[in-house]
Design a binder for this molecule. Structure first.
Ligand code: ATP
Ligand code: MG
Length: 511
């Protein structure tokens, strides 16, 4: 049997970076192959080559044993290769079916949409990818939109599927559904490449694993059976990684964040927060647990001045609700937003410009009138060093950074402002294991230094190891707040799906 894909000696250079350094990669027919590596290791680059987006300067590619050369994604699609990118490329105002048919040579499709709806339903049935064909994209959850991207590939007859960090944006239950879809696709002969930073997922789903480190292959197609997360971490990072950071015992200080009876509506006009009350003290981490879409994002937004609300929110006694974001910033609020590309950074500005967004008015970078760019660059270089941001220089635009390194730029900027209150939304999403360890250590150091931290995360393990108390949010309501030491995963899980747990926790909630 021939291999589905053979990539041989692939070299891709960007200014100042050798992103792929003579990479060999083989995908067997019908297998699930995980591609691993630290942030910036060259995973997305290699897959963009296979998907026809980048042309390598050296190297050859064979698909089903035949040499190919792709000048565009169209060529790759014609060869049966489909890639689902981290950022979806769907048209929000069109339906599922319209999006799937978009760009195909069937110009009269709109005359008989129901016929295509039916064809798509059959495809959904075949692979267990359920989403209503007549729904508009904007009405769908992120998980459902991802299914549309997959259906789009399958509809075009792709038999080699590339998924770049597909689970980073999914809730735990959606991850399980995706896993079973992937298994069913592989069982039906599809060959799948899967990029992920979640090592337990990899050990669960992959048949084989390839690891990249700084553009080079460090493990080529090794058997996944028997591999542990620890072993994988070591292959990626080149050293042992600690999976649970150590938290000191610390008495919390005064109340920094005080949220009282706050309600808000979401972008669709539906109530997203219903009379939420909570407090976070200095030197304390309050974790917010919840299934995605239960009001977490809106909670972060009302505190940081990005969304109107009713009720009262104060930071060190200063009213910040319904005020412009600058009021929260001046009260010492740092924000690590969920959406890094849009809210967190300005993609076309340099790393330097992105790191000084908060302090350009002040010494040493600015004096209120002008910015000293050489001091700004020095500041950015220090952060680049301290936070291990991988980039050839601080003068390159943020959009050229790998996903994980972009996140580090935001963290560096926000933490270096020595915040009183930190609102961290999914701070480790998309980071490699080494970087997760570093970020968690940084958050704990902020706690140690007396910052109050509101940590919103879908990673229960992360919440348990970092939080002092855990609040569960469900449909915009706080179901309970428990000290992390007394919390157990089972009860938190129940509360996350809307079940009240025993009365003690409700007492804890009402204190
Ligand atoms: N279009 C581009 N122009 C310049 N440099 C780029 C470009 N795309 C990627 N790079 C650089 O190439 C290197 C590899 O990036 P790549 O996106 O492939 O990493 P990755 O392994 O996918 O990382 P992550 O896990 O963070 O997504 C990085 O140093 C990145 O900054
Ligand atoms: Mg990537």
């Amino acid at each position: 049997m021939t291999n589905a894909v053979e990539m041989h000696d692939i070299v891709v250079r960007f200014p100042g970076v050798l992103a792929n350094d003579h990479v060999n990669f083989t995908l067997k027919t019908g297998e699930i192959h995980a591609l691993l590596g630290e942030n910036g290791a060259g995973k997305s680059t290699l897959m963009n080559v296979l998907a026809g987006l980048y042309q390598p300067t050296e190297g050859t590619i064979k698909v089903h044993g035949k040499p190919v050369s792709f000048n565009s994604p169209k060529d790759a699609i014609a060869a049966g290769i489909g890639m689902v990118h981290q950022h979806f490329m769907l048209v929000p105002t069109q339906t599922v079916t319209e999006n799937i048919l978009l760009g195909l040579d069937e110009p009269k499709f709109f005359l008989n949409l129901p016929k295509y709806d039916q064809k798509i339903l059959e495809l959904e049935e075949q692979f267990g990818l359920h989403v209503p064909p007549t729904a508009k994209i904007w009405q769908l959850s992120v998980g459902e939109q991802q299914r549309v991207e997959l259906l789009k590939m399958l509809y075009r007859g792709a038999d080699i599927l590339i998924l770049d960090e597909p689970t980073a944006v999914l809730a735990p239950q959606e991850i399980d559904e995706l896993m079973s879809t992937l298994r069913s696709m592989a069982a039906q002969g599809k060959s799948i490449i899967f990029i992920s930073h979640k090592l337990h997922e990899v050990t669960q789903i992959a048949d084989r694993v390839t690891v990249l480190r700084k553009g080079k292959v460090t493990a080529e197609g090794i058997d996944a059976a028997g591999l542990t997360a620890e072993k994988l971490a070591q292959l990626m990072v080149g050293r042992e990684v600690v999976f649970t950071v150590k938290k000191s015992d610390r008495e919390p200080g005064d109340v920094v964040l005080d949220v009282q009876n706050v309600s808000a509506i979401n972008d669709k006009g539906v109530p997203a927060l219903r009379s939420v009350s909570l407090q976070v003290r200095s030197g304390e981490i309050l974790g917010i647990a919840g299934v995605a879409g239960n009001g977490q994002s809106e909670l972060a937004e009302v505190i940081t001045g990005l969304r109107p609300c009713t009720g009262k929110i104060t930071v060190n006694g200063v009213d910040v609700a319904n005020r412009p974001p600058i009021v929260a910033i001046n009260s010492g609020v740092a924000h690590i937003p969920e959406d890094r590309g849009k809210v967190g950074t300005a993609p076309n500005l340099t790393i330097t410009e992105n790191t000084i967004m908060k302090n350009y008015r002040y010494e040493p970078v600015g004096n209120g009138w002008s910015i000293d760019f050489s001091k700004a660059r020095n500041f950015a270089r220090q952060l680049k060093e301290k936070y291990d941001i991988l980039a050839p220089s601080v003068r390159i635009p943020a959009r050229k950074l790998s996903g994980g390194n972009l996140q580090k730029v935001i963290l560096a900027r926000e933490i270096s402002a020595n915040p009183q209150l930190m609102v961290a939304v999914q701070p480790t999403r998309g980071l490699d294991v080494g970087a997760i360890e570093a970020v968690q250590t940084l958050l704990l150091a902020q706690r140690e230094a007396g910052a109050a931290i509101l940590l919103i995360s879908e990673e229960l393990e992360e919440l348990f190891s970092l939080s002092d108390r855990i609040a569960v949010i469900y449909e915009g309501k706080i179901m309970g707040i428990v000290p992390a030491k007394e919390a157990n995963i089972h009860d938190i899980g129940l509360m996350m799906t809307g079940h009240a747990v025993n009365s003690e926790e409700r007492v804890a909630n009402s204190e």
